[in-house]
Write a protein that binds this ligand. Structure first.
Ligand code: G3P
Ligand code: CA
Length: 257
């Protein structure tokens, strides 16, 4: 059962299961994470937000409507309220028992198991102090002492990543990028002062970008792969990691070029 962790520790392409194996099970639930684990993904990607009473929870949207039986903003509900919701039926009736996971529940469940985490702070500007909370949770479960690349914290909010890096430099950070203008060399020079990963949308990845990121000693994980053709394209470009709803779409033992 230790085979799949080799991918994260070697020069092979890291396969990151997006929101768990979100193509096959309801995103950001234990069912999706368990499937990602069984599919031998290198890492689980998940999105962290905070309940009204200050507990870290795992859900992508800022509102409950799309993926749960609730409505309204995540941050306006207590943990108990959030836990009472059905987070699986929208995907399939057999998932009706799935709940919004508490962040620490996920960390506890996979502690000591051979799978890493790519943890996204979702809209951290709405959750003052969330960087400290996430850092404390990671420390509590020993995720600050994992091998290189086993746990990465990422966000579209780059200031938040700079803050996180200052708080817990043992856990590397990544900058999520959608706009190609944010991939200029001057920007990369800035990111390298606090980030170890530059994680762009797949359609912005080019050979020259991969070279520029590597030249600065950083890695590149691209998101979000949803077809087999895209896998070949990304592997050819030499990205270090692929974030995908379908972990089985990435030829698993493919050597990085
Ligand atoms: O991990 C990258 C990807 O998750 C970023 O976009 O909207 O799926 O959180 P989103
Ligand atoms: Ca995400």
């Amino acid at each position: 059962d230790t085979d799949h962790i080799a991918a994260a520790n070697s020069a092979e392409t890291v396969v990151v299961a997006h929101r768990g194996a979100a193509g096959y099970a309801p995103e950001n639930t234990m069912a999706a994470f368990e499937l990602a684990y069984r599919m031998q993904s290198s890492m689980i990607e998940l999105d962290v937000q905070r309940s009204l009473d200050g507990e870290l929870v795992v859900i992508h949207d800022l509102t409950l409507d799309r993926t749960t039986s609730g409505t309204g903003e995540v941050r306006m509900h207590t943990l108990a309220e959030l836990r009472s919701l059905d987070a699986g039926s929208w995907f399939g009736g057999e998932y009706s028992s799935q709940q919004i996971p508490a962040f620490e529940e996920v960390l506890a469940h996979y502690s000591g198991k051979n799978i890493g985490f790519l943890i996204e702070l979702k809209a951290p500007e709405l959750y003052p102090g969330i960087e400290r909370q996430v850092a404390d949770s990671l420390i509590k479960y020993g995720y600050d002492k994992m091998g290189p690349g086993q746990v990465v914290v990422q966000s579209f909010n780059h200031e938040s990543m700079s803050t996180f890096h200052d708080m817990l430099p043992a856990v590397p950070t990544g900058v999520l990028i959608e706009d190609p203008a944010d991939l200029e060399n001057e920007k990369l020079d800035e990111y390298r002062t606090y980030a170890s990963y530059v994680n762009p949308h797949i359609y912005t990845v080019e050979h020259s970008l991969v070279r520029q990121i590597h030249a600065r000693g950083m890695k590149i994980y691209a998101w979000t792969l949803r077809s087999r053709e895209e896998a070949d394209y990304l592997l050819d470009l030499g990205v270090d990691g692929i974030i995908t709803d379908y972990p089985d779409y990435v030829p698993y033992k493919e050597a990085k070029k």
